[in-house]
Structures are given as structure tokens and as C-alpha cells.
Design a protein around this ligand. Structure first.
Ligand code: 5GP
Length: 116
């Protein structure tokens, strides 16, 4: 499997505005933010998409939510509200095949996110 640019961000081989990193998860600002706060939260393990998730990934995927909750507080959007979003495959609009959770907040997002 070829490395994605997110794997390179995890390894700090390419720059990113990293907000959090430990041995399981990395979180960094999206390069093209769709909201005042737009953070990508990813497992360090390069799971390509939700289609590739296995039972052994349960713990790290649950942990993404723990990190998301902390970052929502840190970003100051916990009270006002935010959206957590995971795209899968072409019709889901997935661009980078390293599973990632979007954390979007800081403005009313409407019922769904529309992307140009
Ligand atoms: P997807 O469409 O796969 O769910 O989301 C991929 C996201 O990655 C997009 O929101 C896009 O703006 C972001 N992105 C793409 N390339 C880079 C990059 O090099 N650095 C960062 N920080 N974000 C990126």
C-alpha cells in the first residue's frame, strides 16, 4: 500500500498544524478549512477507509471520539456545537485514503455540509 500524505503528516515528514499527537492518534488543522474550526483527527495506523475497518480497530476508533471531545473544548466549540464527519469512498467525497474524522465548528453548519 502506498503512503498517503496523512501518513507523512503522522511521521512529521511533511508540515501540518498539529494540535494533538500521541502513540495512537494525530489531529491537525485542515489545509482548506470549511468552518472557523476544521480539524482532522486520524488514527496513526493507516486504515484507508471505513470499508477497511476490522474489529481490532474498535479501540482506536472509539478513541478518535475522546480526542474529538477534547479538541472541541480546546477549540471553544463544545458549547456552541460542532459536527464530526467521516467520508468514505467516491460517493462519500473521500479524497485522502487514510481514515479521518473531520471536526467542524465555529459557525452554524446547517443540517448537512455542502462542499464546492
Ligand atoms: P476527505 O475529503 O478525504 O474526507 O477530506 C480530506 C481533507 O484533507 C480535505 O478537507 C482537505 O482539505 C484536507 N487536506 C488535503 N491535503 C491536505 C494537506 O496536505 N494538509 C492538510 N492539513 N489537510 C489536507
Amino acid at each position: 500500500m502506498s503512503e498517503t500524505l496523512f501518513t507523512k503528516i503522522v511521521k512529521r515528514e511533511i508540515p501540518a498544524d498539529i494540535l494533538f499527537q500521541d502513540d495512537r492518534v494525530t489531529a491537525f488543522r485542515d489545509i482548506h478549512p470549511q468552518a472557523p474550526s476544521h480539524v482532522l483527527i486520524i488514527p496513526n495506523k493507516p486504515i484507508p477507509s471505513v470499508n477497511d475497518v476490522t474489529p481490532e480497530d474498535e479501540a482506536v476508533l472509539g478513541y478518535l471520539f475522546v480526542v474529538a471531545r477534547k479538541l472541541a473544548e480546546q477549540e471553544g466549540v463544545a458549547e456552541s456545537g460542532y459536527r464530526l464527519l467521516i467520508n468514505c469512498g467516491d460517493d462519500g467525497g473521500q479524497e485522502v485514503y487514510h481514515l479521518h474524522m473531520h471536526l467542524l465548528g465555529g459557525r452554524p453548519l446547517g443540517r448537512m455540509v455542502a462542499r464546492a
